[in-house]
Ligand binder design. Structure first.
Ligand SMILES: [Zn+2]
Length: 407
């Protein structure tokens, strides 16, 4: 099934069975100066050729390499260069040779990654004329639903068909709302929607992008939409009411997708320890990225007794967070360095007094550790006015596409 919504950027919905299309290779890899595909026969005894050039200035040479006489190749190259104003960047070139002779090249089509470009053809009098081609990108949306398995969010999501590169984006979207160690259980339901741009030839342009994420546990349910408010430098996550998910501190300050042991046997939160445990533990394999849970300034980096390799960040005069048992520090993380929320600061490990690989995380208020699970941080901004109206359009469009695919 295919829905097409007309408009500036037409929007097509890809059915679940069409997902394999998403893995079609992108444009052929260029081997300078031009990489040509095998000629394609046309019904008229002629043939077509497709090649990739690194920049428009390479067109004439590429045409000559295809056997086009040099005077014609140079004229085509000049015209293309003028019309595209020497614009930098790779171009896909399609040539048609209607008579089957190399010298007979008739049309030359040049397209950038977004499908925009140029079509050069002789007019009735044989004069070469260049015509601009508009971008022909379509946006496809693919919806994936899955159930949390007993292993990790990562394995659950990949099994459900989430591209592995996007699993961490998914977990990251919920880093403010869920403690992935304690609040996610086998059987919890997740849903993700991805956007992929496709050009007029069906080739994928750019990387897939996560645009919707929902998570439904036994106790709470959250659905998030990616949206770029006017004036923001990049898109971010909002709930269905247009409230930003961003809080003062993240609830999961480590790559959440890799958390494993929340599904395994648990120690009693008190009886499992011989003394009061002053933080919260996230079971992650050694080497998992650790993030600053809020904006701040690093006030400690280095070995710190039983904490092993340790980072502490000051967020305000009375609020700090700390990260223990690390195996490494991100370059640039030194005392006095400013960090942004969600910035990678280190790598999880098993150093110091540690019973197994994990991140030990503390929230410290007025020099005393508090329970990160119950610590309340400020809520995020809410969209209003035109931004909220624009957000609702994005939300409603995604909801309609999801309903169609889940139906
Ligand atoms: Zn701990």
């Amino acid at each position: 099934m295919l829905w097409v919504i007309s408009g500036g950027a037409s929007l097509a919905l890809l059915s679940v069975v069409g997902w394999s299309l998403w893995h079609r290779p992108a444009a052929p890899v260029q081997s300078p100066p031009a990489a040509a595909t095998a000629p394609t026969a046309t019904p008229y005894g002629g043939f077509r050729r497709a090649l990739v050039i690194g920049r428009v200035q390479d067109l004439a040479a590429a045409l000559m390499a295809e056997g086009v006489p040099s005077d014609r190749a140079l004229r085509l190259g000049l015209l293309a260069n003028e019309s595209l104003a020497g614009a930098p960047g790779e171009l896909r070139v399609s040539l048609s040779f209607p008579t089957g002779q190399a010298g007979s090249v008739e049309t030359v089509e040049l397209r950038r990654a977004d499908g925009s470009g140029l079509l050069i053809q002789p007019d009735a009098s044989g004069r070469l004329v260049a015509k601009s081609l508009a971008s022909d990108l379509n946006v496809r949306i693919k919806v994936v639903r899955g159930e949390m398995d007993a292993n990790s969010f990562y394995s659950s999501a990949v099994a459900a068909g989430v591209v592995d590169l996007l699993v961490n984006d998914f977990a990251g979207a919920f880093a403010f709302d869920f403690d992935f160690q304690r609040e996610i259980r086998p059987g919890d339901i997740f849903e993700a929607a991805f956007e992929q741009k496709v050009d007029g030839q069906g080739d994928i342009v750019g990387a897939e992008r996560l645009v919707y994420a929902s998570l439904q546990t036994q106790t709470k349910s959250r659905a998030l939409y990616l949206f770029q408010p006017p004036g923001d430098a990049r898109p971010s996550w909002f709930d269905g009411n247009g409230a930003s998910v961003v809080r003062g501190l993240m609830r999961t300050p480590v790559e959440g997708a890799r958390i494993t042991s929340s599904f395994g046997p648990r120690r009693h939160p008190v009886l499992g320890y011989t003394r009061i445990h002053k933080g919260t533990d996230f079971a992650v394999p050694v080497g998992t990225t650790v993030y600053a849970s809020g904006d701040g300034v690093v006030d400690f980096v280095g070995p710190h007794g039983g904490h092993g390799n340790f980072i502490r960040i000051r967020h305000s005069p009375d609020l700090q967070t700390a990260y223990a048992h690390l195996s490494g520090y991100t370059p640039g993380i030194v005392v006095g360095a400013s960090v942004r929320q969600g910035q990678a600061i280190g790598i999880s490990g098993n150093t110091g007094l540690s019973s197994g690989p994990h991140l030990h995380y503390e929230v410290i208020v007025d020099s005393a550790q508090v329970d990160p699970m119950t610590f309340q941080t400020t809520s995020g901004r809410s969209l209003n006015g035109e931004a909220l109206a624009a957000f609702r359009k994005v939300r409603d469009r995604l909801d309609a596409l999801r309903a169609a695919q889940n139906g």
